[in-house]
Design a protein around this ligand. Structure first.
Ligand code: HEM
Length: 115
């Protein structure tokens, strides 16, 4: 089961990388560009891998902090919600990319520093 946990952590880290990459994709697209669908895919990927890690915790002998998971989940719901609302608009507002970037970095910080 340890291999399964490591595989999920591996995928979870790739998902984080994808969301960070989306910041640069969005900045590269310039002001007035629509929001890239990759934000939605990356958020869904993090949700799936995160929920799988938590769901399998009894089998992988992990004891995750429920408060930390709850806050990380809430932050991700905001990321996914903003992405879902703005992906269909012709242009992403100026504040959206820094906001999404900040929320993703916040979750990385919570994952690492909230022990
Ligand atoms: C933007 C969203 C997210 C980002 C960027 C993110 C980032 C990370 C990172 C960098 C780690 C590795 C930390 C370390 O090994 O020290 C981690 C671990 C973890 N994340 Fe997330 N995460 C996100 C969302 C979520 C969500 C929504 C959940 C649960 C519903 C979740 C559950 C977990 C769990 C359980 C671990 C620990 C895995 C282990 O070491 O066994 N994450 N996350």
């Amino acid at each position: 089961m340890e291999f399964v946990r490591l595989l999920l952590v591996f995928l979870h880290l790739l998902g984080m990388g994808m969301l960070i990459a989306m910041v640069f994709v969005q900045l590269g697209a310039g002001a007035g560009a629509p929001l890239n669908k990759g934000w939605l895919h990356g958020a869904a990927f993090q949700l799936l891998t995160g929920v799988a890690l938590v769901g399998l915790a009894p089998l992988t002998d992990q004891d995750y902090s429920h408060a930390k998971i709850g806050v990380k989940l809430a932050v991700l719901v905001v990321v996914a919600g903003l992405a879902a609302v703005f992906v269909s608009k012709p242009a992403a507002p100026k504040w959206l990319t820094p906001t999404l970037a900040g929320l993703v970095v916040l979750n990385v910080g919570l994952a690492v520093f909230w022990t």
